[in-house]
Design a protein around this ligand. Structure first.
Ligand code: BES
Ligand code: MN
Ligand code: ZN
Length: 516
């Protein structure tokens, strides 16, 4: 699929011309080009509106097919934008979904979208273009386990030969003469398309079953990415190397599994002066399957614990976005502690005490609170090794987070309110929202242990927050935020599948850091 911006007057022919209309503005409001307007009148589009068959209500779609053979454009898809003043990012996203779903179900190759000729008050043009391209690419995702089992080098993922989903080739977006330049518009389209690929990478890894997606698979996948892109360098540490470093707390989680734990580092180096500056670090929880260990989980729905590496998958997807676009000007390091949490004769037992990389000791009262253990050592190691400017970890960390925020917002916890606000603002604007939870000392006290510096659980109350407090103890003086994505990383039921969140949040936040 190719995305391109054009000036309205450059429109010659396409399989389908997609026209938008506000419900409280005339057709001519967005069809500013006289030639195009005359064509719409000529082809009966105005008539459809006059008859009341198309009103421009939010996300309304009306397909108009031309039967006379002489027409260069055979189809007109009319899309409703709703009320002019009500068009914001959320409503626009509904409009995009309708547009993408309808166009993807048609047998068309080249389409032109004429949405962008006038600014609406509550939404920005670059976002509109980015989101359009993003959703077209995102829509193409289809899980294909054959590719996954045969070949680690499965990027770009092979698409199922399914005509209805596979014919789109060129998507042109018309832009007005007096707004963005073609270059700016194309940049927004490219960012959106590449964001879609990053999200689909995360979805693919998340959806893979745990017998394929092991810690070793994740390490191999990262190494393959390292070979694919000049800007990425990948380093893998095995259990022996981790033991030498003193990451006992991380290693305690994988002790019950036959699969070897891996510590994956993916470094993105920009082609800018900032290449040597302190990096920004993303740490993603990579528990490829979480049985709970000796504190075994109930069996109902346990298959979903293959998604317990969605934090890792979001880091991988974000690194792919960075390498594909090469527009991020900072050095970024993605870190993935990868392991499998299993019960066995060698598994950690409740009450076992381990010494962390930081030197603090941890009493493991519940082996199912394993995510914080692998993150703790990763955060301390990352801070000490790289002295980052900022550090964010992403994890399907607590069931309690789903109770608190449901499946809509991620939770963000931070030792720096400014950073938490940045994340909330970016999340809001790119429709990958998160909400801050507090990390007061009163909560931290719940981690008290009589036998070590701390316990790994704080009891039933404020479960997401005590997990956040635990992590905070392993970050000394770096601006740090923790994203708990337990509620948003995958969908359940009939639509079961990974969402690729929070790649949109992470990718857009990283681009914002170019300015600082
Ligand atoms: N991976 C789970 C959290 C989780 C559960 C995410 C369900 C999404 C859906 C995590 O490792 C875990 O088991 N957390 C425990 C912590 C508890 C033992 C303090 C939990 O949330 O029950
Ligand atoms: Mn667990
Ligand atoms: Zn877990």
């Amino acid at each position: 699929m190719q995305f391109k911006s054009i000036k309205t007057t450059d429109l010659t022919s396409c399989d389908c011309l997609c026209i938008a209309m506000y419900s409280d503005q005339p057709l001519s409001y967005l069809v500013t080009d006289k030639t195009m307007y005359d064509m719409l009148v000529d082809k009966g589009v105005r008539k459809i509106i006059e008859q009341g068959d198309f009103t421009g209500d939010l996300a309304q779609a009306h397909l108009h097919t031309i039967t006379d053979d002489g027409s260069q454009i055979k189809r007109f898809l009319l899309i409703g934008l709703g009320k002019f003043k009500k068009l914001d990012a959320k409503n626009y996203d509904k409009i995009v979904d309708t547009t993408v779903n309808t166009l993807s179900s048609l047998s068309v190759e080249n389409i032109c979208i004429n949405f962008f000729s006038q600014l609406a008050p509550n939404i920005e043009m670059p976002f509109m273009l980015q989101q359009m391209a993003f959703k077209f690419v995102r829509h193409r995702y289809q899980f294909n386990e054959q590719v996954a089992t045969q070949n680690i080098d499965c990027y770009p993922p092979k698409e199922k030969k399914d005509k209805s989903n596979n014919t789109l080739q060129t998507i042109k977006c018309t832009i007005p003469d007096n707004g963005l330049t073609n270059q700016q518009a194309d940049q927004a389209l490219t960012l959106g398309a590449k964001l879609g690929e990053g999200v689909n990478t995360a979805r693919f890894l998340g959806d893979l079953p745990a017998n394929i997606c092991t810690p070793t698979y994740l390490a191999d996948y990262a190494q393959t990415m390292g070979k694919q892109y000049d800007s990425l360098q990948v380093r893998i540490k095995d259990e022996e190397a981790l033991a030498k470093l003193g990451m006992e707390v991380f290693l305690s989680v994988g002790r019950g599994s036959i699969e070897e734990s891996k510590f994956i580092e993916i470094e993105y180096t920009p082609k800018t002066k900032k290449a040597k500056d302190a990096p920004i670090i993303l740490v993603g929880k990579g528990v490829t399957f979480d049985t709970g260990g000796i504190s075994l989980k109930p069996s109902a729905g346990m298959d979903e614990m293959k998604y317990d590496m969605c934090g890792a998958a979001s880091v991988m997807g974000t690194m792919r976005f960075l390498a594909e676009t090469n527009v991020c000007q900072n050095r970024i390091i993605g870190i993935i502690p990868a392991t499998e949490n299993m019960p066995s004769d060698c598994a950690t037992k409740p009450g076992d005490v381990f010494k962390s990389y930081s030197g603090q000791t941890v009493e493991v009262l519940n082996t199912d609170a394993e995510g914080r253990l692998i993150l703790a050592d990763s955060l301390s190691y990352a801070e000490e090794t790289y002295q980052p400017r900022k550090m964010i970890n992403i994890a399907t960390l607590t069931g309690a987070c789903i109770i608190a925020l449901g499946n809509h917002r991620s939770a963000v916890m931070s030792n720096d309110d400014e950073l938490a606000n940045e994340l909330m603002n970016v999340g809001q604007s790119v429709l990958d929202p998160c909400w801050q939870l507090p990390l007061d000392d009163e909560y931290d006290e719940l981690l008290h242990s009589n036998f070590a510096d701390m316990a790994n659980i704080g009891g039933r109350a404020a479960g997401s927050i005590t997990a956040g407090c635990f992590l905070k103890r392993f970050v000394k003086n770096t601006k740090w935020a923790h994203l708990d994505i337990a509620g948003v990383a995958w969908l359940e039921g009939k639509k079961k599948g990974a969402t690729g969140r929070p790649v949109p949040l992470l990718a857009n936040w990283l681009l914002k850091q170019n300015k600082s």
